[in-house]
Design a protein around this ligand. Structure first.
Ligand SMILES: [Zn+2]
Length: 323
């Protein structure tokens, strides 16, 4: 898990606990001020606790005596609250998560992250990667009907048939990771055929499976790489290290002499050497990849022994909200 995100979530939980504590205090103060009957019961309960503790210290009471009597008064308090038009649990501690009481962790000795913390972590990762927070970009919601059901030029199969196969390939890849036969994926096709959508589906599936992924556009990658190159700030380290990197829209970034190609080669080379997966989408054809990025890079990207090369064809379907 990413430390910086964990720290952010823990800070959010701290804020939540603090604001709930404030709310508890102000609720109690309002009751003490406005509801003498309930105030008396609260005082009675506090005296009971203190009295029992005192007696226990003197050896005159047992810890077992307390819960029964407490439960009696607490029930009276709840009933009184109800009579006065409050929620029965109006004075109870306020938690968003009953399991961890908003600490984010369960267990006393060995602490494990609570499901609420894990859910928030996934949300934050999605936010950070620019994935749709509503979860529309998933294989489950992948709607083949947006793709034309007419034959592709020079072929018998339709764009929809083709997309169905592509969806299966990509979904299987995301399900099988990290045991894939081919470590990398290259999605080739013009704009508006669904490459980014497919990538987001894959990223979402991997996240759901608890895998570490990063998603960056080729444009942002080059900006980071350029800064890193001139300032030596280690900005690309995380991109080199992340188990699965999604690099979107290769070919749309500006081509800068001595930077673009070197940095791109570095990234691919490093990641392949570390046996980490890279999923790339591009509007360029294989031939255009060679021309733009040299044979050296193109052959790394398209080597079918290591890379699942998926080519998309057909009409632009972006007017249906996909790209
Ligand atoms: Zn929790």
């Amino acid at each position: 898990m990413r430390e910086e995100l964990l720290r952010e979530i823990e800070a959010e939980l701290d804020d939540l606990r603090r604001s709930n504590e404030q709310e508890e205090i102000s609720r109690k103060a309002a009751i003490l001020r406005n509801e003498p009957e309930i105030a008396a019961l609260l005082t009675q309960r506090e005296q009971l606790i203190q009295g029992t503790l005192r007696d226990m210290l003197r050896g005159q009471a047992k810890a077992e005596d307390l819960p029964g009597e407490m439960a009696g008064i607490s029930a009276e308090i709840r009933a009184a609250l109800h009579r006065k038009g409050y929620a029965e649990n109006y004075l109870a501690p306020i938690y968003r998560c009953e399991k961890c009481h908003d600490s984010g962790y369960e267990g006393d000795v060995v602490k494990t992250p609570c499901t609420c913390l894990m859910a928030r972590y996934k949300e934050k990762i999605k936010e950070q990667m620019g994935l749709d927070a509503e979860g529309n970009e998933t294989f489950e919601r992948f709607d083949l009907n947006v793709f034309p059901d007419s034959p592709l030029s020079g072929s018998e199969i339709t764009q929809r048939n083709m997309m169905e196969s592509v969806r299966t390939l990509c979904e299987n890849w995301a399900n099988q990771y990290p045991e894939n036969r081919r470590r990398d994926v290259l999605l080739i096709g013009k704009s508006g055929l669904g490459k980014t959508f497919l990538m987001h589906c894959m990223a979402n599936r991997l996240l759901e499976r608890g895998k570490e992924v990063r998603l960056i556009s080729a444009y942002s990658f080059l900006q980071t790489a350029r800064k890193s190159f001139f300032e030596n700030d280690g900005g690309t380290d995380e991109l080199m290290d992340t188990p699965v990197l999604f690099l979107d829209d290769l070919g749309s970034e500006p081509l800068m002499q001595n930077v673009t190609i070197e940095q791109l080669f570095n990234l691919i080379n490093e990641r392949q050497a570390r046996r980490l997966s890279t999923v790339i989408s591009t509007n360029l054809s294989i031939k255009e990849l060679r021309t733009r990025y040299t044979e050296r890079i193109a052959s790394r990207l398209t080597d079918s022994r290591n890379c699942l090369v998926v080519t998309l064809e057909g009409q632009d379907v972006r007017r249906n909200g996909r790209s």
